[in-house]
Design a protein around this ligand. Structure first.
Ligand code: SAH
Length: 342
């Protein structure tokens, strides 16, 4: 029988486990603290639980970790390549900001969303990441740099809302004060817009940030760029987003990559301003990181500034994303597994 990995379990699930073996529920919190605060490497390092129970835990669960197989560094950013149990690979990116450190976590091996401009999604989805494979991206990077991480963004390889249940468990574990204790407001999930999951996410009692990869001001352009928009049109997407804002009282982020001559014209900026007008939202303009896909190129800096100014004049909250890691292909949309490149 394949054992469940211990780092897959939320605190509630661990509590259920202890009850199921006729032990005490409070052991769950103790074990959690040994796993995530004290970072034990061996179950016998747990001092507050009886030996027989520890043996049972050891028999029931695996403590296996994923492995860092490569690390590339440039100023303020490091890219990590992880090898998983089945020899698949995913990447995560560590960034040093003036406000702290953040990790961009992957949620799937490959991705099925097929966004035309994205290198990270060129390989079809092979499988969802298990919870522990997401949690351990953070654990291993923290151990590597001997420092706690303050922010997490789920913006690496994969579509997090296509791995929804594992994503939520991952968030619960990293957010738990006895887990990795990363504040909900310091966690951001980005989706290309899987509408039913936006409603589910809105209904959760979690204060996690949501970002939407919008990239176009209308359905015509969006359909050329993102196959998902053939399934969910912008008006459906915006209904869900408005529900999210109303329900959570939280501000939403729109990501908008500027692609030369595709979505970076003045009329596009005006249409975009109209689309988000009056919403509790801000737009994050992303200069396109060029990949080996020659169909797309980066808007020039003047065009980017012009686009920005139009939105500003329309009183839209807008920022231009600080760029990280393009030299080591660690920037948005540039992550991919090594295997693919062979
Ligand atoms: N699948 C999720 C999570 C990935 S987030 C989502 O789509 O939101 C990665 C972000 O980088 C997305 O907004 C994506 O559209 C953007 N991106 C993809 N390729 C890029 C590129 N070449 N340059 C800049 N941003 C890119």
């Amino acid at each position: 029988m394949i054992k469940m990995n211990i780092y897959n379990l939320t605190l509630e699930e661990l509590e259920d486990y202890f009850l199921s073996i006729n032990s005490k529920k409070f052991h769950a919190l103790q074990l959690f603290s040994f796993l995530y605060e004290k970072r034990i490497t061996n179950i016998n390092q747990v001092t507050t639980i009886k030996k027989e129970i520890l043996e049972k835990i050891n028999n029931d669960f695996s403590f296996e970790k994923i492995r860092i197989v490569e690390k590339e560094e440039e100023k303020d950013v490091s890219k990590y390549l992880f090898e998983l149990k089945d020899k698949e690979h995913v990447e995560a990116v560590l960034m040093y900001h003036d406000y702290g450190t953040s990790i961009c976590v992957s949620s799937q091996v490959g991705c099925n969303m097929g966004c035309r401009f994205c290198q990270s999604g060129r390989r079809k989805k092979v499988r969802n990441l298990e919870v522990y494979e997401m949690v351990e991206q953070i654990l291993l990077i923290e151990e590597d740099i001997k420092q706690r991480i303050s922010h997490v963004v789920v913006m690496g390889i994969g579509e997090p809302f296509d791995n929804y249940d594992n994503l939520i468990k991952f968030i619960k574990i990293i957010n738990n004060p006895k887990g990795l204790s990363i504040g909900a407001r310091h966690i951001t999930v980005s989706t290309c817009g899987i509408v039913p999951k936006i409603y589910d996410f809105a209904n959760l009692p979690l204060q996690v940030n949501l970002a939407i990869s919008l990239h176009a001001p209308n359905d015509t352009i969006r359909e050329e760029l993102m196959p998902i928009s053939k399934v969910y049109k912008l008006d459906e997407l915006f209904k869900a987003i408005k529900y999210y804002i109303e329900k959570t009282n939280r501000r939403i982020t729109f990501e908008y990559i500027l692609l030369k001559d595709i979505n970076d014209k003045e009329e596009n900026a005006l249409e975009l301003a109209n689309l988000v007008k009056g919403m509790n939202a801000y737009i994050n303009l992303i200069p396109y990181n060029e990949t080996n896909n020659l169909k797309f190129s980066r808007s020039n800096t003047i065009q980017i500034m012009h686009f920005y100014d139009i939105l500003k004049k329309k009183n839209i909250n807008v920022t231009i994303r600080k760029e990280f890691g393009s030299k080591i292909s660690a920037a948005c949309g540039q992550l991919r597994s090594k295997k693919e490149e062979l």
